[in-house]
Design a protein around this ligand. Sequence first.
Ligand code: ADP
Ligand code: ZN
Length: 722
Amino acid sequence: MDLVRVALDIPLPELFDYLPPRGRSAAALRPGQRVRVPFRGSERLGIVVEIASVQSRQSRRELRAILDVLDTESAFGDALFASLLQAANYYQHPIGEVLFAALPPSASERPAARADHDPVLCRIDAPERAAALKPDTAPWRLYQALASGPQHWRALIAATKVDLRARKRLLDLGLIEQIDESAQARQVQVAAPPPNAAQQAALDAVLAHRHAYACFVLEGVTGSGKTEVYLRAIESVLQAGRQALLLVPEIGLTPQLVQRFRERLAFPVLVAHSGRSDRERADAFARCRVREPLVLVGTRCAGFAPFADLGLIVVDEEHDASFKQQEGFRYHARDFVLMRAHRLGIPVVLGSATPSFETLHNLELGRYQRLLLPQRAMAARAPSVQLLDLNGQKPIHGLARTAIDAIGAALARGEQAMVFRNRRGFSPSLHCELCGHSPTCERCDRPLTFHKGEARLKCHYCARIQQAPPACPIDHSPLKPVGFGTERLEQGLIELFPGVPVLRFDRDSVGAGHEFESAMAQARAGQPVILVGTQMLAKGHDLPLLTVVVLADADHGLLSTDTRAGERAAQLLVQVSGRAGRAQRPGFVFVQTRYPGHPFFQSLLAGGYRNFADAEMALRAGLDLPPYCAQALLRADSLIEEDVMAFLDSARLALPEDADVRGPIPAPHAKRANRFRAQLWLHCSDRRMRAEIVKPWLPKLSQLPNVSRVRWSLDIDPISDD
Ligand code: ADP
Ligand code: ZN
């Protein structure tokens, strides 16, 4: 008997068996098609995974039929579909959730229109011959609609309700002509700087592998010309008629970047962003499905685009943590597109000034190939970096005297300065001078951040907000702010440099889209300004007049116990430093710390990122930590601590005796929104061994006696210890 196996968007690993729709044979269905099926008393959207002619456990009479088939072909394309199944297997995640994560949400409802984009403009060509048209026919109406000027074919159909035949008739009669928009785009191209020797070598290496899988690591500091290499490599792939994907981190996708691509490429540049409307993403995906040369620029979710003919993948800032989805289907977009490239037999370029340790390890193993851009493309030299010891001096508004003087000098030269602090709000905590009381979030046991402008206390961990108390609730003494957030630094800078615009960039002040761009436009206008902000400022904005960068607090990463804290801190420091002196003027970076003798600074500042990474990776190797092992992290939480520990204890017992398990232990931040959180770590020598252990383990987890009392999730290749 022919059965259709369907995946549903539910957190269960199983597929569900259905009969083909009434009156149709299963042979007419294809994997990847969306279908509507009856499920537990209601209707659900599902995705066909396989057609099987097997003996079902259920008898034919118990099986129900598919109600409706939404697509005429796979909604994903065969190669992407296969990669998604591979990812579901690799991440041991329910197949339905994986497939639905890859569909743009609005596409879950609409039939996927095939090739509904049309880059072609129509316009009237020979008006003198229009008399040949019979009034009130479809071609006539189409012709009339064009009288006011050229229009997109899609807009024309919407206005006139006519179809392709009418257009063909007009074309046959020579009454209209079509204009290829991409040919027009060619005229607005901006001249490209000739590549330098290192860029050319990188390009040659990538393009020599155009027809086979290969992974290149393009290593170069900010300003070394990586984007220029992406542009040229992508252009050459598009000229060959194929498509390209450029993945960027959440904070890297700026209108400036997209505009640079649009100005340079004579091909469509599409954008897909997790923050954008579903509709826009669905449209971009629909267009990728058409065999037409184009490049898609986007964040994590763009990795799921159903390209008809993908020829190259670039991942910019490949070390960035935003490529990892931290809830639901916890995949890593970089690793997923590597799977895709492997299947398609196409090259991948991973760009970074500070490659992740995973990537460095793959270089060590010879799996990836290193391409180096050793110098900044335009500036004479790298910025000078100076540590400022905050001990034994009284910082003014959170800034050392030397830093303040340097900012002042830059402004006096007509240049710009940036103060970086990865903490929003006025101060990370408040403190009673008399009794030592400090307001904390009861639900998380963590200090509340003071937001002075709003007179609020916010928990940055569970997002709860409350009024700021006027005084200490215990003894009514004044509460003193402790530490500096971006809001407090902004106020301090306004006092220190009256009359100089201070632009604050954090989630409280500019949100995501337009506010950010308009503030950035003000900075780009070139007046002396001071920018202050969080990691929003770390990347992507070319400010040629920015010469002084101050890291107000570089110690955060040194004090954290997270496995990756050092790696992250080093990446951030290098990246933020890269903001200084991008053009001809020399840059100066000041790093404020209370631990100037810390080996972190010694190794990073004296020897650079690679030197730091070598030392840190040797430590990880000694402790059998990633990238020298394959990890899986089982997290669980509940309102009741005992339930969590009991669940994890029995989960541990369900593992083979010789497995390297660590825990259960409370999470580093054990309480969040009143829920107790704990974890169990599985360390395996490699991925294959991990898969062998995890596969039989997972089904046992959902059978454990305490499972209904906890929320749990499994993270394959976790990137956070919390
Ligand atoms: P990255 O992506 O590594 O930060 P970009 O590609 O953005 O570097 O280059 C930094 C700046 O240098 C840009 O303004 C770019 O136009 C310029 N640039 C890059 N390559 C060259 C080159 N070969 N010749 C001249 N200018 C270049
Ligand atoms: Zn909280």
